[in-house]
Every structure is written in structure tokens, then in C-alpha cells.
Design a protein around this ligand. Structure first.
Ligand code: BT5
Length: 264
């Protein structure tokens, strides 16, 4: 079990700002409803809103994101993506790879489940698919349009504190890291990958495909209209859509919840 000391102490705003670096303007709230909502209220590029304890965290499609006090890194960044509109769907993918790369540097066996859940393979994993350590909610707000990218990472939750059985944490995988240092690492990776995507979309998509554990797997996709698609995830196209071969050829999925099906 990972040490709780440090990870459970309150976030120290000065240390958080130092870890984030000069490119970001960080505000730390001891308690907040949803950091995405606070960021959207005043979407100035470069702002980072961090909640020590987020009490009304939002997932996609009106779902909720739940983390016990002091155990998670919950924050939202505001960016001017400087990407053409048709490239905006790449933003959450960029954030997913940023988290994967930041936690891989800590020794975690992390990957992206399309489009942007970050999974961690820990000691409990039997099929190599992993459990969710991080969720990402990216929203387009304001005029001129800005992206608010909300990231929630389970840092220090113990098994009994997990909100759902499909969740895990860095601590459960044996990784101890301060939330401030983790924020700094994710922001650095996010900036690097955003620059990569702006300069060379195909290069970024190659990076994404390498980090994406959905590819090559049997999947079941729950579509927004309630229908299901089953098949093998064969690729991610240049728009960031998932291609699933259901036996009749590749079907293009722009949005949906993917379940990694245990290989037969
Ligand atoms: C997400 O939604 O995964 C996006 C979560 C984004 C959270 C961040 S925290 C900072 C920022 N401010 C916010 O208000 N939100 C963002 P979705 O794919 O819809 O997944 C939500 C589902 O994940 C829930 O219905 C639960 O099943 C599960 N879940 C909830 N809390 C979890 C946790 N801590 N760890 C893993 N899974 C969780």
C-alpha cells in the first residue's frame, strides 16, 4: 500500500503554482463544485482551476465524477487551442495522452481507452485491460471559443474508497506522488502534445494510437442513441474517430462509451 503521508495533506497553493510553472495561472480552491464550471465562468487561456476537494464533479452525459477529500487531483485548464474547428475533437485525446505519459514516467502501466479514459493495469488486473484512473471532460465555451479541459486523476484512493468497481488509483498500483508534482507533469505533457498536434496532426495521431489500448481489442460500443456496436477496434482515423470492424467492414464511431471485452 502506498504511503498516505504527503498525498493526503492539503494542497499548498504556492507549491502548486511552482509545480505548474510560469505558463499557467493557477487558482486553488479548498472546496469547489465543478472545476470545469469555475473555469467556464471566466475562460481566460492559461487559467488552471484546481479543487482540493471537488464536491460536484461532472462526467460526460450528466454523469458524475466522485472523489473523496484529499485523494484526487481534480483540475480544469483553459486553452485557446489554435486548431481548426474540425480538429477540436483531438483536444480530449491530447489530454488523455498527456496523463498517460505523465503517469508512465512514474512507472505506471497506463494507456488510453478511446477516446480519453486513462486505464491503469494494477495487481488486480486479470485480462490486461486495466481500470480507470482518470477521466477527462473537454468543453467548448465562450466567444471567441476556448476549450475547458477538466481532468480528474485518482491519486491516493484506497480500494475501499473507490466510487465504482471499474476505478483504480495510482496508490493502488503502488505509486506515490504529490498532487502538485503530478499537476506539473500533466501540464508539461499537455503543452508538449498540444504543440505536436498543432504542428503535425498525423504525428500526434501516431502517438495517440501507440498509447491507445483499445486498438486491436474486441469492443462493445454503447452509442449515444442507445444502440450497440460490437466488433474489433481496428484504428483511430485522422479526425480521432474510432473504427470498429463489426464483420461488415469498419464502422466509424465519433462518440460512444467503449467497453473492452475480454478476449475469447
Ligand atoms: C469522465 O466522464 O470520465 C469525465 C470525468 C471528468 C472529471 C474532471 S475532474 C475535474 C473536472 N471538473 C469536473 O466537473 N469534471 C472534470 P465519464 O466518461 O462520463 O465517466 C463518468 C463515470 O465514471 C461515472 O458514471 C462512474 O461510473 C465513473 N466514475 C466516477 N467517479 C470516478 C472516479 N473517481 N474514478 C473512476 N471512475 C469514476
Amino acid at each position: 500500500m502506498a504511503e498516505q503521508t504527503g498525498a493526503r495533506s492539503p494542497l499548498e497553493p504556492v507549491l502548486v503554482a511552482l509545480a505548474a510553472g510560469d505558463d499557467w495561472s493557477v487558482t486553488v480552491h479548498p472546496t469547489a463544485g465543478s472545476t470545469n464550471e469555475l473555469a467556464a465562468d471566466n475562460p481566460v487561456p492559461g487559467r488552471v482551476i484546481v479543487a482540493d476537494h471537488q464536491v460536484a464533479g461532472r462526467g460526460r452525459l450528466d454523469r458524475s465524477w466522485v472523489t473523496p477529500p484529499g485523494t484526487a487531483l481534480t483540475f480544469s485548464v483553459v486553452i485557446d487551442p489554435q486548431l481548426p474547428d474540425e480538429r477540436w475533437p483531438l483536444i480530449p485525446l491530447i489530454a488523455g495522452v498527456a496523463v498517460v505519459d505523465a503517469v508512465r514516467r512514474l512507472g505506471a502501466d497506463a494507456s488510453v481507452k478511446w477516446p480519453n479514459d486513462v486505464l491503469l493495469v494494477d495487481g488486480t488486473t486479470t485480462d490486461g485491460a486495466g481500470r480507470k484512473v482518470c477521466g477527462i471532460l473537454s468543453e467548448r465555451v465562450g466567444d471567441p471559443p476556448r476549450a475547458v479541459v477538466g481532468i480528474g486523476i485518482n491519486v491516493d484512493l484506497q480500494e475501499g474508497e473507490l466510487p465504482v468497481p471499474t476505478a483504480t488509483s495510482l496508490a493502488i498500483a503502488g505509486i506515490a506522488v504529490s498532487r502538485a508534482d503530478l499537476l506539473g507533469a500533466v501540464l508539461a505533457e499537455f503543452s508538449r502534445l498540444l504543440d505536436e498536434a498543432r504542428a503535425d496532426v498525423p504525428a500526434f495521431l501516431e502517438t495517440y494510437r501507440e498509447r491507445c489500448s483499445t486498438l486491436g481489442r474486441p469492443v462493445m460500443v454503447l452509442m449515444p442513441d442507445g444502440s450497440r456496436l460490437e466488433g474489433e477496434a481496428v484504428s483511430v482515423d485522422d479526425q480521432g474517430c474510432l473504427l470498429v470492424d463489426d464483420g461488415t467492414g469498419p464502422q466509424r464511431v465519433a462518440a460512444g462509451d467503449v467497453v473492452h471485452v475480454r478476449p475469447a
